[in-house]
Design a protein around this ligand. Structure first.
Ligand SMILES: C[S@@+](CC[C@H](N)C(=O)[O-])C[C@H]1O[C@@H](n2cnc3c(N)ncnc32)[C@H](O)[C@@H]1O
Length: 234
């Protein structure tokens, strides 16, 4: 029943805001109980707080996944990045896990700019957010660097010489997912991890992964909700 609801929730177009919100709230409260049971009160309370503080577009378990991978990768050399920050929910969970690691946050802050017929769930300018509010929201964490603009066209050059231990993508569309994968793939360290939201629910995201990773040795690892990830080979 819950898995069916999770699958259906991901297929609700963004214009049905209220239905999306209510179904996500239900799934969220259920997942939080299980998270608290297995992982303890501290991380459960952090995920819960983030859901109250901002409009969070990821499920509780997906937030935990971003947190857990960032924590695991924080012992590696290299920097971290997120493309698709919106109001800062997933970025806050990564910040809580990353320690002092340099973390690059990319968003247009004007919402989606390249939604096309490949992305039927999304519309142009969905998820516009205030850069200033997100800066304030993450202000307590060290080494967080903001880049405003369409990635990688406008802001990729800011980090072209960096090597990445962990990247979180949450860009929704085919074109952005494809361009982000092409940018980050050669810049991931061996053992580096790229996590993406929406692989199981947005056909454009899945198409971009299948095209770009299809020619590479790494396997796409599907996670229980909408996310997928891969680990860069040496
Ligand atoms: C669904 S929201 C992200 C949700 C967020 N990760 C969370 O935890 O709630 C998608 C975001 O991706 C951003 N975005 C999409 N494509 C982008 C690109 N190519 N460059 C920069 N930002 C992009 C949009 O502006 C939007 O804020």
């Amino acid at each position: 029943m819950l898995q069916t609801l999770v699958r259906l929730e991901g297929k609700i177009p963004t214009r049905f805001r209220y239905t999306r919100h209510m179904s996500r709230a239900f799934i969220h409260s259920f997942q939080l109980r299980i998270l608290g049971f297995y992982k303890g009160a501290a991380i459960r309370d952090l995920v819960k707080r983030v859901h109250h503080e901002v409009d969070c577009q990821i499920l509780s378990n997906e937030g935990y996944m971003a947190y857990s991978l960032a924590r695991a990768q924080s012992t590696m050399d290299g920097v971290m990045a997120e493309v698709g920050t919106y109001q800062g929910a997933s970025a806050k969970l990564i910040c809580a896990a990353k320690g002092d690691t340099e973390f690059h946050v990319f968003d247009t802050f004007c919402g989606l700019l390249d939604a096309s017929e490949e992305d039927p769930l999304f519309r142009q300018h969905d998820y516009a957010a205030s850069e200033e509010s997100v800066r304030k929201y993450l202000a307590d964490y060290p080494n967080v660097i903001f880049h405003k603009g369409l990635f990688p066209a406008d802001t990729g050059s800011d980090v072209a010489d960096k090597k990445f231990s962990f990247v979180n993508l949450d860009v929704d569309t085919y074109a952005s997912t494809r361009d982000c994968l092409e940018f980050f793939y050669p810049r991931l360290l061996p053992g580096g991890i790229l996590l993406s939201h929406d692989y199981a629910q947005a056909e454009g995201v899945r198409k971009a992964f299948d095209e770009v990773l299809g020619t590479k040795p790494e396997s796409i690892i599907e996670l229980p909700e909408s996310q997928c990830m891969f680990v860069k080979q040496g």
